[in-house]
Ligand binder design. Sequence first.
Ligand SMILES: *Cc1c(COP(=O)(O)O)cnc(C)c1O
Ligand code: SF4
Length: 352
Amino acid sequence: MKIDDRSKWKWQLSHRINSVNELTGNKPQIEKACSRFPMSVTPYYYSLIKRFDYSDPIYSMCIPNEKELIDYPFLKDDPLNEEHHTPVEGLVHRYPDRALVLLTSHCSVYCRHCTRKRVAGQKEYFIDENKFGKIIEYLKSHKEIHDVVISGGDPLTMETDKLEYFIRKIREIEHIDIIRIGTRVPVVLPMRIDDELTSMLKKYHPIWINTHFNHPQEITKESSEACIRLANAGIPLGNQTVLLRGINDDPEVMIQLCRMLVKIRVRPYYLFICDLVKGVEHFRTTVDKGIEIMEHLRGRLSGLAIPTFVVDAPNGGGKIPVLPEYILAHEEDKTVLRNYEGKVCEYPNPVI
Ligand SMILES: *Cc1c(COP(=O)(O)O)cnc(C)c1O
Ligand code: SF4
């Protein structure tokens, strides 16, 4: 191995760890756990592990756990019922003005907490031109769609020219204002964010990217530089964190994560409660825990660094924002509120 090969994204992809023999840890246990959902870890992401057991957040997010094998009736393959809102293969249309396009089932790392396990890593595929043609037809004939979210799998695992083809076709549709890309690549394969990619992306503005950092240990020199390169290409960056028990369900960890994100020019966008997808029971926590964390952030952290906490309604009701209760009473002539310290104040209704 040449020393600089590791810094190339294709080397990282072709050297992904996907068999138990290459791992450190309890091998028989992991072997058993692998039987259900695929494993794949980039050597880069693997190198961020500090302890080779589930007490390490990186290890826990990428190494299969026997607990994934336990079935609970309330955990589903498709917890958000995305299939129900799929008018053409590879497109989810749940909100009137937005559509989600799933271009590939391929990811560089298969996250143990992934919501889209029915897609991600299940027979790795990229959508073909014929199927994509149908997606484009749908988008063209639905003039109410202004925002297209490109996701998967992870779209940035595609070759640049292939991705460009898809983006160009979407950009040609006049009523589409925003193209967003949902990707975990800056976190798990940051070397993918190279000049070739950023020069391609910036031809199709407005492009927005939402990435997926869950823990401060993921913010490294490499991932910071990747985000800064994207920001320098004029791409606004947001972050979607999943609230995971034992990983980031701690107000101090969340403060640290959010603070570090704004420093690398990423704006915390959503904090999601863990969806009811198979294999995640050991990661789930309560909505109250999320509210407690939100309560802790407000007042202690720059408003720019505070995400919106959302519950993506089971069975496909869409995202529901959840806030601590700041309104104490609605009275005829005023609203009674409290601030983050519990201090009560009143806002009078207008008199005319
Ligand atoms: C989350 C989501 C979107 C985007 O929602 P925003 O709140 O605008 O970020 C669009 N379509 C689907 C199906 C989604 O799940
Ligand atoms: S990168 Fe995203 S789609 Fe892929 S496994 Fe992780 S959470 Fe799922």
